[in-house]
Write a protein that binds this ligand. Structure first.
Ligand code: AMP
Ligand code: MN
Ligand code: MN
Ligand code: MN
Length: 277
């Protein structure tokens, strides 16, 4: 079976490894086809591509775009995009543009709870200052001793509905899909099992995504429980979408799923990577 991992992060967003180290780890763990999919940024792709050539593995140019759909944050992965595409780059720049202001608001909310200087603290973990996000705050909260681990930082402070969650307007679903498609990529709904949507809302998302030109959903994801693989395989078939698989790897210390250790797609799925062969 081809070892494919189409969702991973470097320190160009909220991963901890450089693109080179990430690719080396993927190669060492037997990955044959890897997509680097940093949040709202493609700056790591050139270095990842060079490293992949050195290790004899295939790199798919990717990105994970933050989207607001019906008031919910949804992540759309673009695979096989052209990072030189001007419309895509303008869209990504606009999408990440509000992150610093949002981070200041998170820091103010944390300060109100007695946790001072978190903007500067989170910045120390953000190798790419434009991409400062909740994971960097979570790392700071662990370092400060406010929580025992990253997961607890989201549960107590940073996750949806928690006291330091700052609502944010990201890109629209239609814009994200069109930036990806017009740059020659395919659009994939990331970790569909992670959103707090009921069945009717999930079906509406899949149907609208398909109408807008979306191509696939992540059926196999580290965010999914094993039983959800069959559920999302059935959704993919029903909505005429291909299936993707990704570890969403961020860090050797923090990720539950390492690179290249994903189960196979359930039978009857159309693998999205067939589009790249
Ligand atoms: P942001 O784009 O700043 O809202 O940050 C989103 C990122 O936070 C995701 O890509 C994950 O890396 C991380 N994240 C979100 N929820 C959790 C969670 N419950 N546990 C650990 N990491 C999370
Ligand atoms: Mn992330
Ligand atoms: Mn995501
Ligand atoms: Mn991700």
């Amino acid at each position: 079976m081809l070892n494919v991992d189409l969702h991973s992060h470097s320190n160009f967003s909220d991963g901890t490894l450089t693109p080179e180290t990430l690719v080396a780890r993927a190669a060492q763990r037997g990955v044959a086809v890897l997509a680097l999919t940093d949040h709202d940024h493609t700056g790591g792709l050139a270095a990842a591509r060079a490293a992949a050539a050195g290790h004899g593995i295939r790199l798919i140019d990717g990105v994970e775009i933050s989207v607001t759909w019906c008031g919910q944050t949804i992540h759309i992965v673009g695979l096989g995009i052209d990072p030189a595409d001007a419309a895509l780059q303008a869209g990504l720049a606009a999408t990440r543009g509000g992150r610093i202001k949002r981070a200041r608001k998170m820091a103010a909310a944390l300060a109100a709870l007695g946790i001072a200087d978190s903007f500067e603290g989170a910045q120390q973990f953000a190798d790419n200052p434009q991409l400062i996000g909740r994971t960097h705050f979570a790392r700071f909260l662990v370092q400060r001793g406010a929580v025992k681990d990253i997961k607890s930082a989201f549960k107590r402070f940073l996750g949806g509905g928690q006291p330091c969650y700052v609502p944010h307007q990201w890109a629209s679903l239609g814009d994200a899909v069109s930036w990806i498609n017009s740059s020659g990529g395919v659009a994939v709904i990331a970790h569909p099992g992670r959103y707090p949507l009921d069945t009717a809302q999930l079906r509406a998302l899949l149907s609208e995504f398909r109408e807008l030109g979306g191509a696939a959903i992540e059926v196999v994801s580290s965010s999914h429980q094993p039983h959800q693989h069959a559920t999302f395989a059935a959704h993919a078939r029903e909505f005429g979408l291909a299936a993707s698989a990704g570890s969403d790897f961020h860090s050797p210390q923090e990720s539950y799923h390492d690179l290249g250790s994903l189960p196979e797609l359930p039978h009857g799925c159309t693998p999205v990577w067939e589009k790249f062969q």
